[in-house]
Design a protein around this ligand. Structure first.
Ligand code: ASP
Ligand code: MG
Length: 436
């Protein structure tokens, strides 16, 4: 069971999490994120330190400390547990204060970022003690490891976790930190922002769990973006493939990397809502459940690159040369479409764009369009479902579509549009595809 920051962000929400994990007697590992806002605050502290603005960093640390002191007073009611929690806070905030004197490094930055999950789990553990709920706190740094390419080492995680669980056989509830890990050098590291979902899915895969429950504050994955479109509904069931497409192309509810461990080890994932624990949420399994379009998701910040060359005509090896440029600059390609004399490619990370463009110019004329959005229409056997393409294009009649990708899988049709057209596009598709 993984609980995100907003489910822990207020003392009464953390108390609800305690209710949820004690509703039954099933053995479970509870994975916690940092309290909402904490990781962002730690990022800011780190940035102040990196820019050597120590007095600003000091102020930010003190503000966060005060926030936690108030949190503890509201969460806990017994003197003994309050004292314990205050000591934990003192320990972690003292660490942050000491680093004010150390010179900044990336390793230090990662140490700073780890404080959020360390704090949330320790405070939650003290709260459970106050409630007399038996449990064990498993330090994620003792089993969650990544290799030198930042890839989780599933085999090692499995072995280490099994050893830890074996040592505590009678225990029903284990608590651990999401997000944080140890890297190949043995230093504190993390699974990147939003990585607690990934931790949960890796843990579920490692112990061959019956289910991996991701608890947030929305009742599952929705058929469209609720921040843009008025009427959306939760999707009951998705296949791993569909969920991966949706998570990658914009559905914020689940970290995209968290699908593969569950899929590979075939652990069903359930997306559930702490505010409505009885709601069904979304079940993600091997099976799709039904045929047809299930959802629309959008991903912003996309850059399209068009390479036009008469040399592509009848040539072989052209695409390989183009792809090699992206590989060399470690930039992954999201969408691709081709014509006989041109190829268009999209990327979401333009850190290396200048170098990439320079090298591509050797192949022909290169044009770029920035600030675009990929709209992805996801479902099961879409290509075989009658009328889907007609409905999509009828709905999007007023929208200029820059690229279309269809047939790459049976689960997805992707469109590239200008960012400015996103809201209208999502609304038109909601009406055209779901009649909502
Ligand atoms: N606390 C981390 C973050 O805010 C990890 C997570 O919440 O999943 O990115
Ligand atoms: Mg999250």
């Amino acid at each position: 069971m993984k609980f995100g920051g907003t489910s822990l962000g207020k003392p009464h929400r953390m108390q609800e999490v305690a209710n949820l994990i004690t509703r039954d007697e099933e053995h479970k590992i509870v994975v916690l994120s940092a309290l909402s806002g904490t990781t962002n605050a730690l990022v800011e502290i780190s940035e102040s330190l990196a820019s050597t603005d120590r007095s600003l960093a000091k102020q930010q640390i003190e503000a966060l400390h005060t926030h936690y002191q108030n949190f503890v007073l509201e969460l806990l009611s017994e003197e003994g547990s309050r004292k314990k929690a205050t000591e934990i806070l003192a320990e972690h905030f003292e660490f942050l204060t000491i680093i004010l004197k150390i010179s900044f490094s990336q390793a230090l930055n990662r140490d700073i970022l780890a404080q959020g999950e360390l704090l949330s789990t320790k405070l939650f553990s003290i709260y459970l003690e106050e409630l007399k709920v038996g449990h064990i706190l498993l330090p994620a740094l003792d089993f969650m490891t990544i290799d030198s390419n930042d890839e989780p080492q599933v085999g090692t995680i499995k072995v280490k976790l099994a050893q830890l669980l074996n040592k505590n056989k009678g225990t029903i509830i284990f608590i651990t930190q999401g997000y944080i890990s140890r890297n190949a050098k043995g230093e504190v590291d993390n699974l990147k922002r939003g990585g607690s979902d990934y931790s949960a899915s890796l843990i579920a895969a490692a112990i061959n769990a019956t289910v991996c429950e991701i608890w947030t504050d929305i009742d599952g994955m929705h058929n469209n973006d609720p921040r843009v479109v008025e009427k959306t509904k939760a999707i009951e069931q998705l296949s791993f493939e569909e969920a991966a497409e949706l998570a990658y192309f914009g559905a914020k509810i689940l970290h995209p990397a968290s699908i593969w461990p569950a899929q590979f080890f075939n652990v069903p994932v359930r997306l559930l809502n702490t505010l409505q624990p009885e709601a069904k949420g979304t079940l993600i399994t091997e099976k799709a459940g039904s045929v047809g379009v299930k959802a629309v998701a959008a991903k912003d910040g996309i850059t399209a690159i068009k390479i036009k060359s008469s040399r592509m005509l009848l040539a072989y090896g052209f695409l390989r040369k183009v792809f090699e440029v992206f590989e060399k600059h470690r930039t992954s390609i999201d969408m691709i479409t081709t014509s006989e004399v041109a190829v268009s490619i999209t990327i979401d990370d333009d850190v290396h764009l200048p170098e990439i463009l320079k090298e591509l110019e050797a192949f022909g004329t290169v044009e770029i369009d920035t600030n675009h959005t990929i709209v992805s229409i996801v479902g099961n056997e879409i290509a075989m479902t009658k009328d889907v393409m007609k409905k999509i294009f009828d709905a999007l009649e007023p929208i200029p579509v820059r690229m279309v990708s269809y047939g790459g899988s049976r689960h997805n049709v992707s469109l590239l549009i200008a960012r400015a057209d996103k809201e209208v596009t999502l609304k038109l598709l909601n009406k055209g595809l779901f009649n909502l």
